[in-house]
Design a protein around this ligand. Structure first.
Ligand code: NAD
Ligand code: UDP
Length: 311
């Protein structure tokens, strides 16, 4: 019998890659999405597959279905989108977690939470290990996302200890690749779209802040490996590419790779923008036998090729 898998946020960037990969691994996939930042285009090629089902639903509302596994990805991930309606963002993380944990409890299934490096806030420990508690501003503009995701982690741990729900917490670091929305607002898609459109490349701040970018195929591989670990493994586990770049380096690389005539311009740094971010992935290496295979230039090339086809 095929495994039945629910992917919330399945029409989004990472979710659509995950749905496709699960179908290729002989699973039956139910994709739940409210299409806030996701789109039908991301999954349109899967709609003819009899083992794929698309359901428009909001994860803040209870949802009844019989499944073996749940990947809980529903939540806007780009700062401009999660700050558009911050109360809704908190509801999505918190009530979404409660609804998916309740579902997992009822069906005695496994549930994986797409958590984030944002739980470390603007980190004072570098690189970040899973045992670092983070440096988050609970009342700043990013708090709807950071605290929502932190509360979701707490809910996951407590449903596990109190109700014996089988959980997995994955802390995802900056991930990029094809199927990011052109207006997503995150740095990789912004810079590529600006470079291809010969518009100015907008660096926020002086560009000395760092991020470590993981190609989506690597990330999805880690996600499925984590779900498939035995029940004693609950995480949190960092997953990301530990190669760290400044935002200025990223801009220069994208200008070079696209051969663009775009100029770099500098805009104000958003409040509470983390200064540095790099995952310590020793846990993922040990437990999942995983490390990223696609390095930045190769991943950027695939992403640039994708954006060339849609703009
Ligand atoms: P995305 O915005 O492309 O995908 C999120 C999906 O969730 C979208 O399809 C959106 O429509 C859907 N959604 C949002 N609110 C919903 C709701 N209330 N009910 C149902 N569906 C809802 O973002 P992504 O990059 O694919 O991120 C997926 C998950 O991974 C998110 O939970 C995000 O927090 C997490 N994550 C992503 C990154 C990254 O760099 N991409 C980093 C850390 C964590
Ligand atoms: N950033 C930038 N220009 C942009 C978009 C983002 O300089 O057009 C910066 C942003 O300020 C941050 C980094 O790039 O320092 C990564 O931003 P993103 O929104 O992609 O992710 P996050 O801040 O959540 O890691």
């Amino acid at each position: 019998m095929k495994k039945r898998v629910l992917v919330t946020g399945g029409a989004g960037f990472i979710g659509s890659h995950l749905c496709e990969r699960l179908l290729n691994q002989d699973c039956e996939v139910v994709c739940l999405d409210n299409f806030f930042t996701g789109s039908r285009e991301n999954i349109v090629h899967l709609l003819n597959n009899p083992y794929f089902e698309l359901i428009r639903h909001d994860v803040t509302m209870p949802f009844y279905i019989e499944v073996d596994e749940i990947y809980n990805l529903a939540c806007p991930a780009s700062p401009i989108h999660y700050q558009y309606n911050p109360i809704k963002t908190i509801k999505t993380s918190v009530m979404g977690a409660i609804n998916m944990l309740g579902l997992a409890k009822r069906v005695k299934g496994k549930v994986l939470q797409a958590s984030t490096s944002e739980v470390y806030g603007d980190p004072e420990v570098h690189p970040q290990k899973e045992n670092y508690w983070g440096n988050c501003n609970p009342i700043g503009p990013r708090s709807c996302y950071d605290e929502g995701k932190r509360c979701a982690e707490s809910l996951f741990i407590n449903y596990h200890t109190q109700n014996k729900v089988k959980i997995k917490i994955q802390r995802i670091f900056n991930t990029y690749g094809p199927k990011m929305h052109p207006n997503d607002g995150r740095v990789v898609s912004n810079f590529i779209v600006q470079a291809l459109n010969k518009e100015d490349i907008t660096i926020y701040g002086d560009g000395s802040q760092t991020r470590s970018f993981c190609y989506v195929d690597d990330l999805v591989e880690a996600m499925i490996r984590l779900m498939n670990t035995d029940d004693s493994i609950i995480g949190p586990i960092n997953t990301g590419n530990p190669n760290e770049f400044t935002i200025k380096e990223l801009a220069e690389k994208i200008i070079k790779m696209t051969g663009s005539a775009s100029k770099i311009i500098y805009k104000p740094l958003p409040e509470d923008d983390p200064k540095q971010r790099q995952p310590d992935i020793s846990q993922a290496k040990k437990i999942l036998d995983w490390e990223p295979k696609v390095q930045l230039e190769e991943g950027l090339q695939k992403t640039i090729d994708y954006f060339k086809t849609i703009i």
